[in-house]
Each structure stands twice: as C-alpha cells, then as structure tokens.
Design a protein around this ligand. Structure first.
Ligand code: PLP
Length: 457
C-alpha cells in the first residue's frame, strides 16, 4: 500500500498537481474505534431474518455512507446545472486521487472510475477487438484466460475476441487446490499451447480472486511468467480485491487492473476503478487507446474523462469514496485491519464448519482472503449446477441463510468425492451466530435424510 507522506498531490481539473498537506489519518485511541453497537447500527438496514454470509456477491454499504450518497443526490436535484458545472468533475477527481493512493498507482491518469468490473472488462476487450479488426493483431492470435473466469467476462471474450478472429485458450485449474504451484504449472502449460502454433499471445486475462470456486490467484507470479514468455498485455480481473486482498499496482505489475469498490470497500452500488498503466509509447497492443463503450461528447479526452461523463445519470456512488475512507479509518488498522480480521475470521468459521460436517476446505488458508470454499456433506447430493442453485434457494427460503453453492463435478476414479461447496464470506457485520445458523441448517437437512433430488425445479 502507498505510504502516507506529509503532502498529497491533488490534481486540478486539468490534471495538474498541487501539493496539499495530507489530512492525517485520525489517531484513534482504542476507546475511540468504532464499537460493536455502532457497527450494528451502521448495518441495521440488513434483513435480520437472514444470516448474510455472502458479502462476496454484492458487498454491503453502511448507513452513514448511504446518507452521504443521498446528500450528493439532493445536491444534484436541488440545482443540476450548478452541480454539473461546479461539483461533479472535482468530486470524481478527488475520488480518483484517493483510489490512486490506495492502490499505489503512479499517476492519477492511470485511474478511471467506471460502474463495475463488467464494464471494465468490456473496455479492455473492446480494445482487443479493435486490434484484431484494424490488423494490429492477426487472425487466431491468442488470448489466455482462466477456466474459472467470471461468466460475464467469458461472454465478453466471446463478443469481443472470438468474434473478432482471436483464439481464446482457457487455463484449467484444479479444485480443490492445495498450492500456488498447481496453478502456475497449469498456466505455463496453457501458454505453451498458445505459442505452439507460432501464434502470438496478445493478452492474458487473470483473476485476482476467482468468483466460483473462489481462490486467490498468485497474480504477481503469473504476470512475471507472462513477461518472461512475451505475452503482450495482462488484464487482471480483481472484482473482489480492494478491501479483500493486497492491491498494489507497483507490486502486481499488470497493464490493466480492475476492482469493484462496492464489494469489499463499503461503497454503494456501483463503482469500480480501472487501472491502465501509463505507457510512454503507444505500442501495438497499447494501453493508450482505451475507450468507454458508452460514447459521450468526452470521447477522445482520455479514458478517465470519458468515464466521468457517460451521459445524464446518478454519479453519487462515485462521489462517496472520501466518506468511505473515513468510515474504514474508524476501524483499528483501517482497511488493512478489516481485511486481516475478515480473513482470520472466515478461515476460523470455515474450519468450524468442515469439522462439523467431516469435509474439507477448497484451498489452504493462504489461498483465500475474506471468502473460503467449504465442502458440504456428500449426502446432500449436489450433482449439478441446477442442484447447487436449488440448494441455495432452499437455504434462503427455509432457513434464512444466504450463501452461494458451487457444484464441482467428480473426476474419474474418485470415490465419494465432495461435489458441493459453499462459498462463505466474512465482513465486519458478521457474527459467529450467522455461521452456526448455516451449520445447524445443514445438520438438520442431513438428519432429515434430505437430498437435492427432493427439490423441484
Ligand atoms: C471475478 C469477477 N469478475 C467480475 C465480476 C462482475 O462484477 P460486477 O457485477 O460488479 O461487474 C464478479 C462479480 O462477482 C467477479 O467475481
């Protein structure tokens, strides 16, 4: 993470930096940290009937941030022209400068704010499509992605890469997984395959934290391999990363990197950043020609400026980043402390569940962040994706437990493999009782002789 200097550079509207004293992180004595009852009150809008152990899917937003967002919305509605001409651009710029410091980017121009990781992936892959169409890339040149890439990103590959003449190679990943080496080996094999027909590997799309099943990918090591093997560009889909795992642009070394702030950074839906490494020269697969897919009159003024105005809409989620920073700094250790405690708690809860059910975790604790895959008892009979969805719905409707379920097909020769895994999350509002509720629900299903075949479609 970026260190706190005494001064920060705040760019004006033209991007020129001016030095301002850095507001000191409030030095809270242990008694002034946010209290458990204040945390409860910040999330009192959550449905108390539900054990929400799925922060990963949609994140969460405290009520103080919802009020801050509402203030921005009122500011706009009170006098839209004044808001547009005097507030919007500087406020977005301020959010960008906070994100730049949080992720240790080199320059504010490297950070654009977009709606979500889905939009960021479209921006990067649309650029790849142009490279094919305009002849910078040749037919059948290769783009690599992980087999566990997020569904919408896979569709984007179809829409922007395959249709434009590119060849997509998927890296199969083992699950359950026991070491980074297993992932690195598969990645190397896929690169070899990509290069074996004399084709160029133009882009690698690598998740930082895969969605389903969830595993923290050794991105830094994979990017290093990409550099050694001549892969032109690397895009990291880190939809879950900020607030969940370490995010440092200098350390990771990607060309493009996106993370949502509405998942693990307490922003309201929806906001993500897209990092686009500043490149002195506009090379072939260059990063200087990215554009927002929604074209406005800002087209051609740089991705960050294009993204800051994609027509009339509600921009308030992008404007509360300073408030969120204040919110996380009420916790001991700020966002780093939150991340660390979430990790420790989710691993502890995962261990408690697998002990109760006689199963195992999907990865060792060093390969998970604030989410972990927990093996379900085999007697539940999760035998397809449809079973997994039905079981998830059943847990919600009958037991008030919200948790995504993953179906993992058995491999040849496996005897009684675990085929159902739950992805549990831990966020600051979670309590041990949420996980006990889940444990007891599953125990009750097992005791009652439940199997997914009993659920109708
Ligand atoms: C790895 C990954 N990529 C992309 C996304 C899409 O995020 P969003 O719906 O906010 O665009 C997700 C959502 O969970 C994800 O897990």
């Amino acid at each position: 993470m970026a260190s706190n200097n005494n001064h920060r550079s705040i760019p004006d509207l033209n991007g020129t930096s001016h030095s301002h004293p850095t507001p000191k992180k409030p030095k809270l004595s242990s008694s002034s940290f946010i209290t458990p009852s204040e945390i409860q009150s910040e999330f009192s809008h959550h449905d108390t009937a539900v054990a929400r152990i799925n922060n990963g899917s949609f994140g969460s937003c405290p009520s103080s941030i919802i009020s801050a967002q509402h203030n921005w919305q009122l500011k706009y509605l009170r006098q839209p022209d004044h808001f547009y001409f005097n507030h919007l651009k500087p406020a977005i710029l301020h959010s960008r400068s906070i994100i730049k410091n949080l992720v240790n980017a080199n320059h504010i121009d490297e950070i654009s704010i977009v709606d979500n990781a889905t939009t960021a992936a479209s921006i990067v892959l649309q650029h790849t499509a142009w490279c094919f169409r305009e002849g910078t890339f040749q037919k059948d040149d290769v783009v690599i992605m992980l087999h566990y890439a997020y569904g919408s990103v896979k569709k984007s590959m179809e829409a922007y890469v395959t249709r434009a003449g590119g060849r997509v190679i998927e890296v199969p990943l083992p699950f359950p997984v026991s070491s980074n080496d297993e992932i690195i080996t598969e990645f190397r094999k896929a690169l070899e395959k990509g290069k074996s027909e004399g084709k160029k590997v133009r882009l690698a799309v690598i998740d930082h934290v895969t969605s389903m099943p969830c595993v923290v990918i050794p991105v830094k090591e994979l990017i290093q391999i990409c550099r050694e093997e001549g892969v032109e560009k690397v895009f990291v889909d880190a939809a879950h990363a900020i607030g969940c795992t370490d995010v440092d642009m200098q350390e990771i070394g990607a060309d493009f990197y996106t993370s949502n702030l509405h998942k693990w950074f307490f922003c309201p839906p929806s906001i993500a950043f897209l990092y686009n490494r500043k490149n002195p020269k506009n090379d072939a697969g260059g990063s200087g020609d990215l554009h927002h897919p929604v074209v406005s009159h800002e087209y051609g003024n740089g991705l960050a400026v294009e993204s800051a105005w994609i027509g009339t809409r509600d921009y308030s989620a992008q404007l509360v980043v300073p408030n969120v920073l204040e919110f996380v700094n009420r916790f001991e250790g700020g966002i780093e402390g939150i991340k660390k405690r979430n990790h420790e708690a989710v691993v502890e809860m995962g261990d408690m569940l697998v002990k109760a059910w006689g199963t195992h975790l999907g990865s060792p604790s060093n390969m998970c962040a604030s989410m972990v895959m927990v093996g379900l008892p085999t007697s539940l009979g999760v035998k397809s994706d449809s079973d997994a969805l039905k079981l998830r719905t059943h847990l919600r409707d009958v037991f008030g437990v919200e948790v995504p379920i993953y179906y993992r097909p058995p491999r040849d020769g496996e005897v009684e493999p675990v085929t159902g895994y739950a992805r549990i999350s831990h966020q600051v509002y979670n309590k041990v009782e949420d996980y006990y509720k889940f444990r007891d629900a599953v125990n009750q299903l097992v005791d009652n002789g439940f199997a997914c075949t009993l659920l109708s479609n």
